[in-house]
Ligand binder design. Structure first.
Ligand code: BES
Ligand code: ZN
Length: 619
């Protein structure tokens, strides 16, 4: 007998703070400490998933995934197991192959619904038969027109932070780690890839099998389906992309293997065997997403000159900080992103030298200053350790975690010295491999393993728990940026522009030059610079984005820039870019223009971008 009953909305804060419990396995008792979890209904101390077997069919006609998720569970004599789900159509549930009762709670706008499944103390597996719906937020179904080749549809998922539950019923907390295998059925003309061991060619029947043998957090389960092919860069690195993009992607990311080698030399072996990147259609809402073994990337990083590849270094770095050692909760998000930015910049330094590394760090430093300014009325949001109670984890996903996190680690490195810091970090990754870490555990660890043995005092707690930036911050400088600022002044004080001065500039110098336009700059100045460098038609997405932002700020309309901004916003769904430009419209009282464009572009955006812009524009 199946009973589906609506249960009343109850508080979602269900993991007990550091509840210590004994997980009984046949041979021994294991103590598991879970940190307080604000964003999952799961109660892993009662019964927790260990392995997922996913068996699904991807139906492009109806835009539905349907199938069954079977979990092997670690059952602590529980009478129920609670999964997270959101807007899923639950068909039936089994415990050890027999139909069992379940309750699906009411929908909480952010967290979704608890799916409470009745089990007995002997239950070893549960199976949930389900279908996704048209409200499934993780998925973006693209028409052929929205892809690079324009011939076949495409589908990709985005799990971080709490969207995996929208396409798979699961205990969706970063503190939970599972292995998985999957069978995925797709139309014969398409290939499926996951954050797992992947195919390199299409199968004849469109049936694909996957295995992820290292335990990962649920937000890292990912799937992409499209008419894609694979091209190896080295034995363990390579790219997936549509036909018209594959050679460009291969050229752009030709240093992938060198990046992996540099990363391994810094902080220990790459534990995931393969490191591939899939270049997705332009609506992908992030620059990159570190899905294990297969980073998902925006095509906007394909600049043709390998100038934006620090993004690959960033996603690769997550193979250590994030995927191997994972933030226990979204309040500890800075442990994922701050470490990753630090590691990214170290990889870039190892490959291309200190100049480039410092320019990347300084761009981040400027982002940090801008973010702190934007939070001037909410200083608590500038703390590294967050308090996301009642909030969507997305609220914490700003420059503070990334760039203040970076600055903290760089300051620490400069205080203790690089050799000691590197040895410490290598050890940190090794000690915590395949586990999760809270900010508090990290502070203990740093005290015991870095500061005390080296007799260093450091204001760690101020950096982590106080707003703003402590005064012992590392000072980052770049001669190349100083020069770009000088050139800018010169251009603004002279009538003529000597374009040859900039001939050796890299993308980073252009970005810095443009972002530093003073308030006094006029539309005539914009026009002169545009005439000399044709920035309104820049093909490098980062340069274009910062130029467009200035065009909106300075009310500049020359050289087809308005049309280019509109086309860009319609084609590209990368949230950071889109949000920057819509924010510029809003801050300059151009909300009508923003809404007119958004009416045309919204349909192309993934739900995470659309919901950010809906909120920004008050829709
Ligand atoms: N893991 C993030 C993307 C993310 C963060 C997705 C939070 C969902 C919630 C990824 O590693 C990232 O930081 N991407 C950046 C790349 C950049 C910092 C090089 C991006 O998308 O812009
Ligand atoms: Zn990241």
């Amino acid at each position: 007998m199946i009973k589906i009953k609506k249960v009343a909305l109850f508080t979602p804060l269900l993991f007990v703070l550091f509840s210590s419990c004994k997980t009984e396995s046949k041979d021994q008792k294991q103590v598991v400490n879970y940190a307080e979890e604000l964003h999952s209904y799961a109660q892993p101390n009662k019964s927790v998933i260990k392995h997922l077997n996913l068996d699904i069919t991807v139906n492009f006609e109806d835009q539905v995934i349907d199938g069954v998720a079977t979990y092997t569970i670690d059952n602590n004599k529980a009478s129920e197991i609670i999964l997270d789900s959101k807007f899923l159509d639950i068909v039936k549930v089994e415990a050890d192959g027999k139909i069992t009762e379940y309750e699906l709670g009411e929908v909480n706008e952010q967290l979704g619904q608890p799916l409470t499944i009745h089990i007995t103390e002997d239950t070893k597996t549960i199976s949930v038969y389900y279908k996704t719906t048209n409200k499934t937020e993780a998925l973006q179904w693209l028409s052929p027109q929205q892809t690079a080749d324009k011939t076949h549809p495409f589908l990709f998922t985005q799990g971080q932070a709490i969207l995996t539950r929208t396409w798979i019923p699961i205990q969706d907390s970063p503190q939970i780690r599972i292995t998985y295998d999957a069978t995925v059925r797709v139309p014969k003309e398409l290939m499926a890839v996951m954050s797992a061991e992947n195919p390199k060619t299409k199968t004849v029947d469109g049936v694909y099998s996957f295995k992820m043998e290292q335990p990962i957090s649920p937000y890292l389960i990912a799937l992409a389906v499209g008419d894609i092919e694979y091209k190896a860069v080295s034995e363990r690195t390579g790219v997936y992309a549509e036909k018209s993009m594959i050679d460009k992607a291969h050229y752009e990311f030709s240093d992938m293997e060198k990046m992996v080698v540099a990363a391994e030399n810094l902080y220990g072996d790459y534990d995931w065997d393969q490191f591939d990147v899939i270049v997705l259609p332009p609506s992908f809402p992030f620059g990159g997403m570190e899905n294990p073994r297969l980073t998902f990337a925006t095509p906007t990083v394909i600049a043709g000159d390998r100038s934006l590849t620090s993004l690959i270094a960033h996603e690769l770095a997550h193979s250590w900080s994030g995927n191997l050692v994972t933030n226990a909760t979204w309040n500890d998000f800075w442990l994922n992103e701050g470490f990753t930015v630090y590691f990214e910049i170290r990889i870039m330094e190892a490959l291309y030298g200190k100049d480039r590394a410092n320019m990347i760090a300084l761009i981040g430093r400027q982002d940090l200053d801008d973010e702190i300014e934007s939070f001037k009325n909410e200083p608590n949001r500038t703390k590294l350790k967050l308090d996301l109670k009642g909030k969507n984890p997305d609220d914490g996903m700003n420059s503070i975690a990334y760039d203040k996190g970076y600055l903290f680690l760089r300051t620490l490195e400069e205080t203790v010295g690089r050799d000691k810091f590197d040895a410490f970090l290598k050890d940190y990754f090794k000690t915590h491999a395949f586990s999760t870490i809270t900010t508090e555990k990290f502070i203990d660890y740093i005290n015991t393993n870095l500061l005390e043995p080296n007799k260093v005092t450091f204001n760690t707690e101020e950096w982590i728990y106080q707003p703003g930036i402590p005064s012992n911050q590392a000072i980052i400088s770049s001669d190349k940026f100083a020069n770009a600022e000088k050139v800018l002044k010169q251009f603004l004080s002279n009538d003529t522009i000597d374009a040859s001065i900039t001939k050796d500039w890299t993308t980073l110098e252009w970005v810095h030059f443009i972002r530093n336009f003073p308030d006094t700059m006029t539309t005539e100045d914009m026009a002169r610079i545009d005439k000399a460098f044709d920035l309104s038609n820049a093909t490098n997405s980062h340069i274009a984005m910062v130029w467009y932002e200035q065009a909106i700020n300075k009310d500049y309309h020359g050289n087809n820039v308005d049309q280019n901004i509109e086309d860009f916003l319609i084609r590209v769904g990368r949230r950071w870019y889109v949000n920057t430009l819509f924010k510029a419209f809003k801050n300059n009282d151009k909300i009508d223009e923003a809404i007119a464009i958004y009416e045309k572009s919204r349909g192309n955006y993934h739900s995470v971008t659309a919901s950010t812009i809906d909120e920004l524009l008050g829709l």
